[in-house]
Design a protein around this ligand. Structure first.
Ligand SMILES: Cc1cc2nc3c(=O)[nH]c(=O)nc-3n(C[C@H](O)[C@H](O)[C@H](O)COP(=O)(O)OP(=O)(O)OC[C@H]3O[C@@H](n4cnc5c(N)ncnc54)[C@H](O)[C@@H]3O)c2cc1C
Length: 453
């Protein structure tokens, strides 16, 4: 048993939690992995030096480390492991926005919403907007390469990360990248760490680039009889333009959201698309007209367009609330599969067929404009037969995406819950290269054991 007293003594009073009741609240992330363990202790450092002290103690005692941001992972990446130290970045706070470079240097525990707010206070904008933006951290976003609603036009987290400070598995802290917009010195390590799911190091600082504020967006909502017609309309739109948002909700998710918000969504619709254009002036009007026409040609029974930001925000909020709304109907197995956009209609129809074959409810929401869908498989955990059928459906949905040349995860990461399907997508050679990189940076295998590999 490692001497935890030495770690407690090396850090400020109260920084290491060992009370079983407190440890219990760090066992799970949002994925609710039934195999979650209990940490030996939870460390809540404030500084990079305190992270280094913790990592060095872990390395010396061969104790694994789980890095945790806000624990909103939907793939079990921050789930605790028995006997490991969980390093929570929640107390690593602070942000500096620099107007001259249009950058922000963020401590990893800052929430995405706080980064956005700090940028906005300087008349700037941090675009990546996961639906969880009010509750997830920028460190977690960098570690998972988080996407979101506006990413179809503005790109995902990696497109904004200019530099990182990372504590390696042996306790060294390195800096990669910086505030410079272009940088080809050395291997592109910043991009290696973004999306590495805590396997290669602990991110202790994130430098992001900021944009001028987004222009006010106009919104078009289309209601379709079937998921195929809606997704074919997505293909038609994206072949011609790149809207600022293009989201999809099927009948089950529309009804689940309507149960919560009672905002008058059409409960009889087969699917709904929500698109936005933030192009200025005549270009915006033309883009809006193009989207409306594509929706109508695609078979929309109703098309509604608005310039009113509050009306538009109401639909965006409806889409954002979809996961918690569907969660009210039972436990969820949450997929994150993506395909090249022309394959989207076949994917969503394939998911419908899988749901029917296994007699389970699968609600589908999607960041449709970038081909990234979230089939949400609903099941009753107290019904073993339904739980078994849900697991089979989970498996088949990922198999379908891989078969179609797509991905098992577009933005949530592999974590613990999807790693069984990773080799099928990447192949043995890529897995071997991945394992080689991991072994080079973390030869003891201390960081996030059980994730990805
Ligand atoms: C309702 C809901 C909606 C969501 N919508 C979206 C969405 O639209 N798009 C999207 O991309 N995601 C979405 N997510 C998933 C989740 O919010 C993101 O994956 C987010 O980036 C995780 O951030 P976190 O701070 O909660 O990280 P955690 O859940 O704590 O950790 C996630 C992973 O990152 C690692 N990690 C965390 N911090 C660090 C660090 N500082 N250094 C190294 N590794 C670290 C962890 O070990 C883990 O592997 C949603 C989640 C919920 C609950």
């Amino acid at each position: 048993m490692p001497d935890i007293a030495a770690l407690i003594a090396a850090l400020p009073v109260g920084m290491v939690l060992t009370d079983p009741d407190l440890l219990a609240s760090y066992r799970q992330d949002r994925a609710q992995d039934p195999c979650a363990g209990t940490p030996l202790a939870v460390v809540r450092p404030r500084t990079t030096a305190e992270v280094q002290t913790t990592v060095r103690w872990c390395a010396a005692n061969d104790v694994p480390i789980i890095t945790r941001g806000a624990g909103t992972s939907l793939s079990g990446g921050a789930t605790a492991v028995d006997g490991a130290i969980t390093i929570s970045t929640e107390k690593m706070r602070g942000i500096t926005v620099e107007d001259a470079t249009r950058t922000a240097v963020c401590a990893p525990g800052m929430l995405n919403a706080e980064v956005k707010a700090a940028a906005a206070a300087h008349g700037l904008w941090y675009p990546p907007d996961p639906s969880s933006f009010e509750i997830c951290t920028i460190g977690g976003n960098a570690a998972t390469n988080a996407g979101g609603l506006c990413c179809v036009k503005y790109g995902v987290t990696v497109d904004y990360v200019l530099g990182l400070e990372v504590v390696l598995a042996d306790g060294r802290a390195i800096r990669v990248g910086g505030k410079q917009l272009k940088d080809t010195a050395g291997l592109p390590l910043t991009r290696l760490f973004v999306g590495s799911e805590g396997l290669l190091g602990i991110i202790t600082e994130v430098t992001v680039r900021l944009l001028p504020p987004q222009a006010p967006a106009s919104t078009v909502v289309g209601v379709f009889p079937t998921v195929r017609e809606a997704s074919e309309a997505v293909v038609a739109v994206t072949a011609q333009t790149r809207p600022a948002m293009l989201e999809f909700m099927d009948a089950t998710s529309i009804n689940a959201v309507e149960d919560v918000l009672a905002m008058g969504l059409d409960r009889t619709a087969g699917a709904m698309l929500i698109a936005q254009s933030d192009a200025p002036g005549p270009a915006g009007a033309a883009e809006l007209a193009l989207i409306e026409a594509a929706f109508r040609r695609g078979g929309a029974t109703e098309v509604f367009a608005t310039d009113d930001p509050d009306n538009g925000e109401a639909f965006t909020a409806a889409r954002r609330v979809a996961i918690p709304a569907v969660e009210r109907r039972g436990s969820l197995l949450l997929e994150d599969v993506g395909v090249p956009i022309p394959s989207l209609p076949d994917l969503v129809e394939g998911v419908e067929a899988i749901a029917a074959a296994h007699r389970v409810t699968i609600a589908v929401i999607a960041h449709a404009g970038d081909g990234n869908t979230h089939p949400l498989i609903v099941f009753d955990p107290d019904d073993p037969d339904e739980a078994r059928r849900a697991a089979l459906a989970f498996d088949e949905v990922m198999g379908l995406a891989v078969e179609m040349g797509g991905t098992i995860t577009g933005e949530h990461g592999v974590g613990r819950l999807k790693k069984g399907w990773l080799t099928a997508q990447l192949g043995a050679d890529v897995m071997a290269v991945t394992a080689t990189i991991k072994a080079a940076l973390d030869p003891q295998g201390l960081l996030n054991p059980g994730v990805l590999l």
